[in-house]
Design a protein around this ligand. Structure first.
Ligand code: SF4
Ligand code: SF4
Length: 167
């Protein structure tokens, strides 16, 4: 048995004159306007004055009071013991080895400093506002793309610029 193919007539569509004219009008309208997008990363665009993201830590100022950890609504901050320079410790002059060299911080008797998990931080600024010594603060820095396993910055990494942090 031979199958026959039935010819199907496709109806002709009317030319969408109004749609075409509208498209040409829109192209003409936006062709000479300043683009709303920027060529990131060469152009970072305008950062609003009140924008805040990346958290930094001043280890010399932190007294280990744990207030920042307590007020964080997302449990993004955990206090951790910073690696102590054991050789210098008995002399009582140098207690921590920061990204900017050895620092004295005799106020922080327990040697505990905050780390921050940027995967859960919602940039509420509670930690900055509660800190009695302005040791923890948010900045305009926002370029810190990283993998799922390295969202948490140690206290030492919180003292570094983004390109110094080992990812
Ligand atoms: S960063 Fe500020 S609030 Fe947090 S433990 Fe140090 S001194 Fe206390
Ligand atoms: S800014 Fe981030 S780390 Fe600080 S309290 Fe808010 S959620 Fe926690």
């Amino acid at each position: 048995m031979v199958a026959t193919v039935k010819e199907v007539k496709i109806p002709k569509k009317p030319i969408p004159v109004i749609g075409s004219l509208q498209t040409m009008y829109n192209i003409g309208r936006f062709m000479f306007k300043k683009p709303v997008t920027v060529q990131y990363p060469e152009d970072k665009g305008e950062i609003p004055e009140r924008f805040r993201f990346r958290i930094f830590l001043s280890p010399e100022a932190c007294i280990g009071c744990t207030l920042c950890e307590q007020v964080c609504p997302n449990h993004s901050i955990k206090m951790e013991v910073w690696k102590i320079d054991e050789e210098a410790k008995p002399k009582g002059d140098v207690v921590i080895e920061t990204a900017r060299g050895a620092r004295e911080n005799l106020q922080n008797k327990r040697h505990i400093y905050p780390d921050v998990n940027f995967g859960t931080c919602t940039v509420c600024r509670n930690c900055e506002e509660i800190c009695p010594t302005d040791a923890i603060y948010l900045t305009h820095q926002f370029e810190d793309a990283r993998t799922r396993n390295s969202f948490t910055y140690s206290p030492k990494e919180l003292t570094m610029q983004e390109d110094e942090v080992i990812k």
